[in-house]
Design a protein around this ligand. Sequence first.
Ligand code: CMP
Length: 133
Amino acid sequence: MERTLAIIKPDATKKRIIGKIIARIEQEGFTIVRMKLVHLTKDEAKGFYIVHKDKGFYDSLCEFMSSGPVVLMVLEAENAIKLWREVMGATDPAQAKPGTLRHTHGFSIERNTVHGSDARDTAEWEISYFFKK
Ligand code: CMP
């Protein structure tokens, strides 16, 4: 079994589609092992996305991620990291396959509805950033 961090982003909580996204997560066979609704501070968002600190979109991304509530979840499944990335779809909703969450609900490459860890080491780091053992 593998674990990944999933975030339902502020664009999605604002649109009141938390329930739809969680229903999809359960349909796909994930077990939600930790979950909380929080309003991140800009500093918390900056810390979480520190790997992107040199990118042109960093400030805007952190502003967006602290603009409203987010749902933080630890998902467990076999190959959870890859499976959740498939369910989310490509980062840019315009490039995401039909049926993926970002294709269905995403607004832009920044306001793209959900986040998921991209590898085992980042999943471990991202989970520990938000959830104490
Ligand atoms: P996420 O999977 O959370 O990882 C980094 C986030 O940065 C990404 O989703 C988008 O929200 C955002 N992002 C990535 N690339 C761009 C970009 N070119 N312009 C604006 N935001 C971006």
